[in-house]
Design a protein around this ligand. Structure first.
Ligand code: ADP
Ligand code: MG
Ligand code: MG
Length: 249
């Protein structure tokens, strides 16, 4: 499904990703754990197609297609979705309006008809219920004045509506209290499916108590330095990142 081969990336002359190799098969949930500044967000941005990053080598294949050659919107149409670490505020655009535009843009690009307003309202209401998102929140401008928890829940609502086949969640747990973490995790778990893969990026082990991954990758200084089962997250929590840095060096 997702295959990253020897990906190297620079920002302003500095090499941030130093040869990332990673395969996430269809239907699996993989976690990337790494300390602050190791390049996790850079990886997620490069996968989603954000500008400013210079890809100096490697490939990213989504179902065999090198997505690095695609525009961000084309990547989304191909089924890639990124839930941001820091969701962007969009003043003047109601959350509901944004969601409908995003959904219909994707449908249009896939040659499907626009979803009618009643059908859309029904879909949003249904998806929103599990995430404790009420109609008041949907009327507010996207992410403007949202709490940390509301922003992350809005990201997962987008994911639920767009039904991507490859979801990247960048530190979805940051800024969440325990209750919000549970709601968000339940929302993510409900979207686990045999046709959908997920890459869950986190700094802390606790998220992985709620979203239990099939595979854990340790990220250090711009590359994956170790991969293992879910117990690797506990080992990391106990040993800290330093042990893995030495191993990588
Ligand atoms: P993480 O998400 O693992 O905390 P990031 O990908 O955000 O790490 O950052 C990796 C490194 O790249 C950091 O040293 C950061 O300062 C640097 N970096 C990220 N974005 C930029 C940018 N736009 N310009 C310059 N340096 C950047
Ligand atoms: Mg960080
Ligand atoms: Mg980050």
């Amino acid at each position: 499904m997702l295959e990253i081969r020897d990906l190297t990336v620079r920002i302003e002359e500095r090499e941030i990703l130093k040869g990332v190799n990673l395969v996430v098969p269809k239907g699996e949930v993989h976690a990337i754990m790494g300390r602050n500044g190791s390049g996790k967000s850079t990886l997620s941005y490069v996968l989603a197609g954000k500008e400013d990053y210079e890809v100096t080598g490697g490939e990213v294949l989504l179902d065999g297609v090198n997505i690095l050659e695609l525009e961000p919107s084309e990547r989304a149409t191909a089924g890639l979705f990124l839930a941001f670490q820091y969701p962007i505020e969009i003043p003047g655009v109601a959350t509901m309006t944004f969601l409908k535009a995003a959904l219909n843009a994707k449908r249009k690009a896939n040659g499907e008809a626009e979803m009618s307003t009643p059908d859309f309202m029904k879909a949003v209401k249904e998806a929103g219920k599990a995430l404790h998102i009420d109609s008041d929140m949907l009327k507010r401008a996207l992410n403007v004045g949202f709490s940390g928890g509301e922003k992350k829940r809005a990201e997962i609502l987008q994911m639920a509506l767009l039904k991507p086949k490859m979801c990247i969640l960048d530190e979805t747990d940051s800024g969440l209290d325990i209750d919000a973490l549970k709601v968000v995790s339940e929302g993510v778990n409900a979207l686990r499916s045999p046709d959908r893969s997920m890459l869950v990026i986190t700094h802390y082990q606790r998220l992985l108590n709620h979203i239990v991954p099939d595979v854990v990758h340790v990220f250090s200084d711009g590359r994956v330095v170790e991969s293992g089962g879910k117990e690797l997250a506990l080992e990391l929590e106990a040993k800290g990142y330093a042990g893995f840095d030495e191993a990588a060096a």
